[in-house]
Design a protein around this ligand. Structure first.
Ligand code: UDP
Length: 475
């Protein structure tokens, strides 16, 4: 940055909790490490989930801070998990946010599109804004061409594959893998709207991961975008990795000790992200599939769908009889009920595979760790991300999940134990196909680590944005 002018100031306005908040906090920390004065805007409860890492950054003299919005007493949009459901109405934050922007007039604000009112409100007061939607260029290109060409309207059934036209690769989907609201009629362009009057789009991705789609997104679809990821790589010390998102359910040292006792590349890590709620019957299928595959695993059992009031909040054990004792005794598996330190686990040398729901962050974190994946998409744009992993990058195998499910609707045991067993054996078994996937994944992981270092493409993109903001100051 030009040393004679005051540092560029960027505000970051993350959504509350999970897969949207986590990467934006990382992004703010990255810009601070480039010399930007970074301010994260949060509510009192919300800030609790990331303030320790920010204090650590401040102690290392990074120009980063949290601004807590003033809300009426006892009001907050974050729940006890310090998160909020995806469709939570956050408009109560509008007035304090606009007041803050008018008072401080930052060079720009990067805002999450899940604050659905924010684009219009910020435009009204004329502050430069950049959108953040949490996903990469590939899923956005697919979504845009689905909306343009509506190929799903030309097939006869929900399971008949169609090709998404106009893309650099042959990408096939089925109607069953689309959101319910999109299966009939056109796809609304809900998420592209906030981009329309924005200065551009901040993306948690890197050029080398999806070059053809970055070009397509920028040149064909006309977006101005800065790719500054993988943002998770800004977490360089154990504390940052262990405390990212939420407090972990078991202390990280016992997880690391368990992993230390395993051979390199031998352990499968299984997680479905921060939101997914699996059916109890699905847990049974996974447990049986894992036991039959006979490979060591760490399984994060997050939220479980509980249909009756009696079950809600109960500590009922949904796993097969004796399963937990057997895996403990044989040292075959470690179960984490609740939040896991995902970055620490993924980067451990013993971890050789990741069974993932294909959330964009998890996808990118798997890529950054150089780990091949078993893809098990459930909702959102995860079915699209699956195609990137398996069909474009060729670093994963599909478990065979075919049915998109709304995050709030009742799940079933959609994937059977045999499919789990087959996918685990295919990925972890060490035959030629698995070895090739592993080697491609390792290559990509090395690229990911290089792009965030000085001179790398993401490092340069962050600087390019800062310079652009600086040069606008004179105007
Ligand atoms: N995560 C974690 N521990 C968990 C579950 C999730 O650290 O036990 C993190 C994970 O590393 C990722 C984010 O939460 O950064 C989940 O985002 P993703 O886009 O993968 O999925 P979502 O939760 O949005 O469905």
């Amino acid at each position: 940055m030009d040393s004679n002018s005051p540092p560029v100031e960027i505000f970051f306005f993350p959504f509350v909790g999970g897969g949207h908040q986590i990467p934006m906090i990382d992004m703010a920390r990255i810009f601070a490490s480039h010399g930007v004065r970074a301010t994260i805007i949060a509510t009192p409860k919300h800030a609790l989930s990331f303030q320790k890492s920010i204090v650590r950054d401040q102690n290392s003299s990074l120009p980063i801070s949290i601004h807590i919005l003033k809300l009426p007493d006892g009001v907050d949009i974050a729940d006890t998990d310090m998160s909020a459901a995806p469709f939570t109405d956050t408009s109560i934050l509008q007035e304090p946010l606009l007041n803050l922007l008018l008072e401080r007039k930052p060079d720009c604000i990067i805002h999450d599109v899940f604050h659905r009112w924010s684009a219009e409100a910020i435009d009204r007061i004329g502050i430069l804004r950049i959108t953040f939607s949490g996903n990469g260029c590939f899923p956005r290109c697919v979504q845009e061409n689905m909306a343009r060409y509506k190929p799903h309207e030309k097939v006869g059934s929900d399971l008949e594959p169609f090709v998404v036209p106009g893309l650099p690769d042959r990408i096939e989907l089925t109607r069953s893998q689309l959101p319910f609201f999109a299966r009939q009629g056109g796809l609304p362009r809900r998420m592209t709207k906030p981009d329309e009057n924005s200065f551009g789009v901040a993306v948690n991705s890197f050029y080398e991961l999806e070059p053809a789609y970055v070009e397509y997104f920028q040149k064909e679809l006309g977006n101005k975008a800065w790719l500054v990821g993988p943002v998770s790589l800004c977490n360089r010390n154990v504390e940052d990795k262990a405390e990212r998102g939420q407090k972990t359910a078991i202390d990280e040292q016992s997880i690391l000790n368990w992993l230390n006792s395993k051979e390199p590349n031998s352990v499968l890590y299984i997680s479905f992200g921060s939101l997914a709620r699996l059916a109890p019957e699905q847990l049974l299928e996974i447990a049986h599939g894992l036991e039959a595959s006979n490979h060591p695993f760490i399984w994060v059992i997050g939220k479980i769908f509980q249909s009756t009031e009696k079950e809600q909040g109960s500590q009922k054990n949904w796993l097969p009889n004796g399963f937990e004792d057997r895996i403990k005794e044989s040292q075959k598996g470690l179960i984490i009920k609740g939040w896991a330190p995902q970055l620490l686990i993924l980067e451990h040398i013993a971890v050789g595979g990741f069974m993932t729901h294909c959330g964009w962050n998890s996808t990118l974190e798997g890529v950054s760790a150089g780990v091949p994946m078993i893809t098990w998409p459930i909702t959102a744009e995860q079915f699209t991300n699956e195609k990137l992993i398996t069909d474009v990058l060729k670093i994963g195998v599909k478990v065979g999940s075919m049915e998109w499910l709304s995050w709030s609707s009742e799940p079933s045991a959609a994937v059977k134990r045999d499919n789990v067993e087959t996918a685990v054996k295919r990925l972890m078994g060490g035959d030629e196909e698995a070895a090739e996937m592993r080697s491609r994944a390792k290559d990509l992981g090395e690229k990911a680590k290089r792009v965030v270092e000085e001179g790398g493409s993401s490092y340069n993109d962050a600087n390019a944005l800062i310079q652009e903001l600086q040069s606008r100051r004179g105007n």
